[in-house]
Design a protein around this ligand. Structure first.
Ligand code: FAD
Length: 317
């Protein structure tokens, strides 16, 4: 079922959902089930599965020459989606990304997902790989999420690349990313919202936000979107803080601010256990307010660890 239908059927009740990462290459799918099992009693109608592009590095061969080695640290997004749907009978939402894929590979992945009965995709550009520093598109791929969105929309109309005639129409419901504190490359929030609006005008049916720790940033973002005629559901993404290191890691990786009160509380903690308690309480308070003010879904970034999100969900759902 489409994410938008789940939201509509909930008739104003806030839903619970979360994101998991495919296991690191070589780990068992059981790791993912172990992360999902404790969260199932909160009835997530859908579970997102991230996509990770290939990284490359140079290794020295015996003859002294450098060899380019490519590796995907977390393969298996499509397989994990199938496993989730089989085991839990909920919708799995794969993320699909521009980076590292040409159009043909993307089309093939979408065909697989359609055959598996996946109804939703979250369409993203993807980040730069470590060795490149800035996002570089595949020469035969897409530079922006909006271009990838265009390819999914074409497939929804039965238009495949290299095919003259219209074929089987897919019916993907498409979500896209939004950034209450703006995407780090955008010169301003206004410009970022302009491109977000473009994705929605093209056919994106819902938005999932980057994590934020100050609800006002989300409410202001929603207000600005509505003023710009972006009227699709805007699902808040929430990341509970679990370690002291998050104070520096989250702002540097995700380009988000931590409010003073949160930082003050974290700075008083002696260890990660204390920080985790502060993080859980902060996320509960954030969630409560978001629910009261009508957020359609609360979407948690679990990093495939469910203990903390379970504590939060127990307090709310
Ligand atoms: P875009 O919408 O393409 O925007 C990227 C930047 O370009 C923005 O600054 C935007 O303002 C600008 N822009 C957009 N269109 C144009 C245009 N036509 N001309 C000029 N500028 C333009 N990454 C992964 O690799 N795998 C994942 O599974 C994943 N899941 C995510 C889930 C969520 C909910 C979020 C919020 C992010 C996720 N990411 C993931 C990270 C995401 O890929 C990065 O944030 C990436 O840098 C931007 O992706 P986007 O889809 O927002 O890009």
């Amino acid at each position: 079922m489409k994410v938008t239908d789940h939201i509509e059927n909930a008739a104003g009740k806030t839903l619970f959902s979360f994101e998991i990462l495919p296991p690191v290459k070589g780990e068992s799918v059981q790791n993912i089930f172990d992360a999902i099992d404790p969260l199932m009693e909160f009835k997530p109608p859908f579970i997102d599965v991230t996509y990770h592009r290939e990284e490359y590095m140079y290794k020295k061969r015996e003859n002294g020459l450098l060899e380019k080695v490519t590796t995907r640290k977390r393969p298996g997004t499509v397989g994990i989606c199938a496993a989730i749907m089989n085991k839990y009978h909920v919708d799995a939402v794969p993320h699909i990304i521009c980076g590292g894929f040409n159009k043909e590979e993307t089309e093939n992945a979408l065909i697989d997902l359609d055959f598996l009965g996946v109804d939703n995709v979250l369409v993203l550009r993807g980040d730069a790989i470590k060795s490149e520093g800035r996002f570089v598109p595949d020469p035969e791929g897409h530079s922006y999420a909006s271009e990838l969105l265009g390819q999914v929309l074409e497939l929804n109309q039965g238009k495949y690349i290299h095919e003259e005639i219209t074929r089987n129409k897919t019916n993907f419901c498409i979500g896209v990313a939004g950034y209450p504190e703006k995407h780090f490359e955008a010169p301003s929030l206004k410009t970022d919202i302009k491109y977000l609006k473009k994705k929605v005008e093209m056919g994106a049916e819902y938005i999932v936000t980057q994590m934020f720790f100050d609800n006002d940033k989300y409410f202001e973002f929603v207000e600005k979107c509505r003023k710009n005629d972006i009227n699709v559901p805007i699902i808040p993404g929430l990341k509970p803080i679990t370690t002291l290191k998050h104070m520096s890691i989250l702002p540097s990786i995700f380009h988000v601010d931590l409010p003073d009160d949160l930082v003050d509380a974290l700075e008083k903690c002696k260890d990660n256990e204390g920080a985790r308690e502060v993080g859980i309480e902060w996320a509960i308070q954030q969630s409560k307010e978001l629910m009261e003010r009508g957020a359609p879904v609360l979407h948690y970034y679990t990093m495939s660890k469910s203990k903390v999100v379970r504590r939060i969900a127990e307090a709310l759902f």
